[in-house]
Design a protein around this ligand. Structure first.
Ligand code: UTP
Length: 292
């Protein structure tokens, strides 16, 4: 298998659960402390060996391309003022990394978003990263885990995590042939099943390494009742061949930042780890909860 060097970042969703904030910016630009979700995702990808970043964007929202712009005028100003710490903060992508922006046109679902990357990916395995699934940095790199497993098994690999019963119907759910390790063959996968129909409680989370075979399957995937092309439906078709799709158990701490509670939890967790503010935040939380 060729080296896996391309990552797709679908950022064209409507983000209705975060309106009105998402009227003009994608939810992937929401910051955890002082860094947008998309920046954390890009850093994870680059640390895993990715060198081409492919953003599938919503035509009306330009904040992500602005964020990754090198900002030469501002750099010059900070440089002439000797403000190295601010120059460092402006560097959102190291040199040697290629950025590609592809407008999705219409928000027709995650599968449709991934399909837009077909021509630029070609015949290589590639990574897909959903930045709103925030995985706290500092532990094992989840994208690297998937890349290693894909190379070892010559197959597509996706991240899974146990989800509580009351959230099963909001996830793609996979059933695995458990061999006792972290990486297992998937036997079935279904998009957002009712709890009683779910084959397990292993939720598919926003990290994937996929074979280019998935593009043909996405082209054959019918839209769902809501008019969206679901990535999970194309992944289910990968199961038509044996040992073609694996699940890797996520080792990191994940927060679903596509909804308010997950976003606030991620922010508090990271604030309590941030040396500049953690003591004050702890004190503040204690003061708020003293009389509860
Ligand atoms: P979500 O299922 O969270 O949908 O998308 P959403 O539209 O962004 O958010 P809500 O449900 O309306 O609040 C999962 C991922 O797929 C991307 C999103 O940006 C997010 O990273 N996506 C979704 C697209 O890029 N295009 C789409 O058409 C749909």
């Amino acid at each position: 298998m060729k080296k896996i060097t391309k990552a797709v970042f679908p950022v064209g969703g409507m983000g209705t659960r975060f309106l009105p904030a998402t009227k003009s910016i994608p939810k992937e630009m929401l910051p955890i402390i002082d860094k947008p979700l998309i920046q954390y995702a890009v850093e994870e990808a680059i640390a895993a060996g990715i060198t081409t970043l492919i953003f599938i964007t919503s035509a009306s929202k330009h904040a992500i391309s602005d964020h990754f712009d090198p900002k030469p005028l501002l750099r010059k100003k900070f440089d002439s003022e000797g403000k190295q710490h601010l120059l460092d903060k402006l560097t959102t992508i190291p040199s040697g990394i290629t950025r590609v922006f592809i407008p999705q046109g219409e928000p027709l679902g995650l599968g449709h978003a991934v399909l837009q990357a077909k021509d630029i990916i070609g015949d290589e395995y590639f990574s897909v990263i959903l930045a709103d699934d925030f995985i706290k940095p500092g532990g094992d790199n989840p994208t690297k885990q998937l890349i290693d497993a894909a190379i070892e098994n010559s197959a597509s690999v996706i991240s899974v995590e146990e989800v509580p019963d009351d959230r099963v119907s909001q996830y793609g759910i996979a059933d695995i042939n458990n061999n006792g390790s972290d990486v297992n063959v998937i036997e079935t996968i279904v998009e957002k099943p009712a709890l009683e129909d779910a084959p397990s409680n292993l939720g598919v989370i926003g990290r994937y390494v996929l074979s280019p075979e998935v593009f043909g399957l996405l082209e054959d995937t019918q839209s769902d009742k809501g008019g969206e092309i679901q990535l999970t439906d194309a992944l289910a078709m990968l199961l038509n061949k044996p040992d073609n799709l694996y699940a890797a158990t996520l080792k990191g701490k994940r927060y679903d930042c596509g909804h308010k509670l997950g976003y606030i939890q991620a922010t508090i967790d990271c604030a309590l780890d941030d040396g500049d503010i953690s003591a004050d935040v702890t004190q503040f939380i204690q003061s708020l909860t003293k009389n509860v």
